[in-house]
Design a protein around this ligand. Structure first.
Ligand SMILES: NC(=O)c1ccc[n+]([C@@H]2O[C@H](COP(=O)([O-])OP(=O)(O)OC[C@H]3O[C@@H](n4cnc5c(N)ncnc54)[C@H](O)[C@@H]3O)[C@@H](O)[C@H]2O)c1
Length: 375
């Protein structure tokens, strides 16, 4: 197998998760091309050098353009703030690199469209977006249960994704509140993850109506004086029509005190229900409307080797995977896609549908009308 050179840009929250995933994927799964941790980029240069040393990358740079142009780099991991995704992805694809980019795709729908066009103009180059929650063995099992018709016809989806990192009204203003730097608010940070789950379970979304809310209209300027406006949504809620005819709702908030990573969903079927809560990510709840009424009830399915690739990490059930393991599965899926030429279910084309949905939610709320999602 050919060795693939990895270039990683950004070493914050999710950049570290990429670095660990690249280090682990082949050790966990076995049947993957070997990788070389070739070049790491961050700013300033001292940070890049320190993080390259910590993560085990051979070289460091503060210039992402030098990274994407480096002939020893085959795959580029983009783990920078959203405003850089489009430019880096387009340059990396044009230079012939495979691209693993964090969500959301960019600041605007135009960014996502341009990135998809760049991917499709680079034949043989694979792309993948960082929708880690679809990699959960419990989620993959939910998809299998639906495909096998175990809960009958899926007729309704409900989902929530809430955190509280913008709940405090006294939190200083940051770039996250600016459309030009962050793009969407809760929808881009959190809502897109929930949409990735909704679409992964129920198929594409056809149209929607929505409401958004800014809870804290201004925030204190760091170092003062005065307050600056919050330009993107703290909360968004949408009623969905799926192409299958199913209906549903999704809701997201970044200002929900007490919620740390509440990413929960229910799929209601004609013969049962599946429910999941990310804060208990090794469990799936399944209700089947069968057997004696006196014995019916939700059962808890605890993730284990019967739910691949759990057994690649640990051979016994109940021993629990964590958030970072999802990123390792993601890296493995990408290496497999590169090796086989078969895309993952979250390549740029698939991600464009998710972007259309989150931007449609903002548009529907802004115009107070139903928005049809272009396919
Ligand atoms: N998939 C997930 O669950 C998940 C979780 C968190 C963040 N994210 C996404 O990951 C991306 C990064 O978010 P984060 O929370 O890791 O941010 P962060 O602020 O923790 O890290 C960003 C990194 O990019 C670096 N950077 C900034 N400008 C740069 C430049 N010009 N060149 C090179 N490096 C540069 C910063 O120094 C920092 O190391 C965002 O798009 C975010 O939406 C995804």
């Amino acid at each position: 197998m050919t060795t693939l050179g990895i270039g990683l840009i950004g070493t914050g929250f999710i950049g570290k998760a990429h670095a660990l995933a690249w280090r682990q994927a082949r050790a966990v799964m076995g049947d993957l091309p070997p990788v070389r941790l070739e070049l790491l980029c961050d700013v300033p240069e001292e940070r890049a050098r320190a993080m390259a040393d910590q993560f085990g990358f051979a070289r460091a740079t503060a210039d992402w353009r030098a990274l994407v142009a480096d002939p020893a780099v085959d795959v580029v991991s983009i783990a920078t703030p959203n405003a850089l995704h489009r430019e880096i992805a387009a340059a990396a694809l044009a230079a012939g690199r495979h691209v693993w980019c964090e969500k959301p795709m960019g600041l605007t729908l135009a960014d996502a469209e341009a990135m998809t066009a760049a991917a499709e103009a680079a034949p043989g180059r694979m792309t993948m977006l960082g929708y880690n929650y679809v990699r959960n063995p419990a989620f993959r099992h939910a998809q299998r249960l639906l495909a096998e018709g175990r809960i009958g016809r899926p007729v309704h989806f409900r989902g929530w994704v809430d955190e509280d990192y913008q709940a405090d009204p006294d939190l200083p203003w940051t770039w996250r509140a600016r459309l030009a730097e962050a793009g969407l608010g809760a929808l881009g940070d959190l809502g897109c993850h929930l949409v990735s789950l909704a679409v992964g379970l129920m198929g594409p979304i056809e149209s929607l109506v929505a409401e958004t809310q800014v809870i804290h209209a201004t925030r204190p300027v760091p170092g003062g004086p005065g307050r600056a406006p919050v330009e993107n949504e703290d909360v968004a809620t949408a009623l969905l029509r799926f192409a299958s005819g199913a209906r549903g709702s999704v809701s997201t908030s970044r200002s929900a005190w007490g919620r740390k990573n509440r990413l929960d969903f229910e799929v209601h079927g004609t013969k049962g229900q599946i429910a999941f809560a990310q804060e208990r990510m090794n469990e799936l709840q399944l209700y089947l409307a069968e057997g004696p009424a006196a014995e019916q009830g939700f059962r808890t399915i605890l993730s284990g080797p019967a739910h691949p690739p759990f057994g690649q990490f640990v051979p016994a059930p109940g021993h629990q995977l964590g958030f970072l393991d999802l990123k390792t599965i993601e890296a493995a899926e990408f290496l497999r896609a590169i090796a086989t030429g078969r895309p993952t279910d979250t390549d740029f084309r698939a991600g464009l549908h998710i972007e259309r949905v989150i931007h449609a939610i903002a548009e529907a709320a802004g115009t107070d009308r139903r928005v049809t999602i272009r396919r």
